[in-house]
Design a protein around this ligand. Structure first.
Ligand SMILES: [Fe+2]
Ligand SMILES: [Fe+2]
Length: 141
């Protein structure tokens, strides 16, 4: 694992975090029906964590001598509440999978601090993923 590859991988993660922020802000606006207040609040409550992840990644990329991306990964289209929750679940599961792999790669790269931080992000993304899965488990429609 060389530095250039590590920076490129972290930039891919940063694009994912920017996407998560856009996803939650726009989905919060689009939530409809009797559960709108709770759904909207649930989506908006995630933004702070994702912003924290984005800030960490941008800073780490610069610390490593790289340039943080300003691009966001494409937000999947979703119209209904269920489609939005399913898209969020897919994104959070991907984040868990990506950061699990990234923590291993950071260890291989020899940066323990980065590895520990990425593992911490695995814990947070797992909570997001599990909460969303539980909301969907008994979703009425
Ligand atoms: Fe995140
Ligand atoms: Fe998340």
């Amino acid at each position: 694992m060389d530095k250039k590859t590590m920076i490129d991988l972290l930039n891919e993660d940063l694009a994912g975090e920017f996407s998560a922020i856009i996803q939650y802000v726009t989905y919060a606006a689009k939530a409809t029906g009797p559960y709108r207040p709770q759904l909207s609040a649930f989506f908006l409550a995630e933004v702070g964590d994702e912003q924290g992840h984005a800030q960490f990644l941008a800073n780490k990329i610069v610390a490593l001598g790289g340039k943080p991306t300003t691009r966001a990964r494409e937000v999947p289209p979703a119209q209904t509440n269920r489609e939005m929750l399913e898209a969020v679940l897919a994104a959070e599961r991907r984040a868990v999978k990506d950061y699990t792999e990234r923590a291993r790669q950071a260890d291989e790269f020899g940066d323990k601090g980065l590895a520990v931080q990425l593992e911490d992000m695995v814990r947070e993304e797992s909570t997001h993923s599990e909460e969303t899965e539980r909301i969907l488990r008994d979703w009425p429609l």
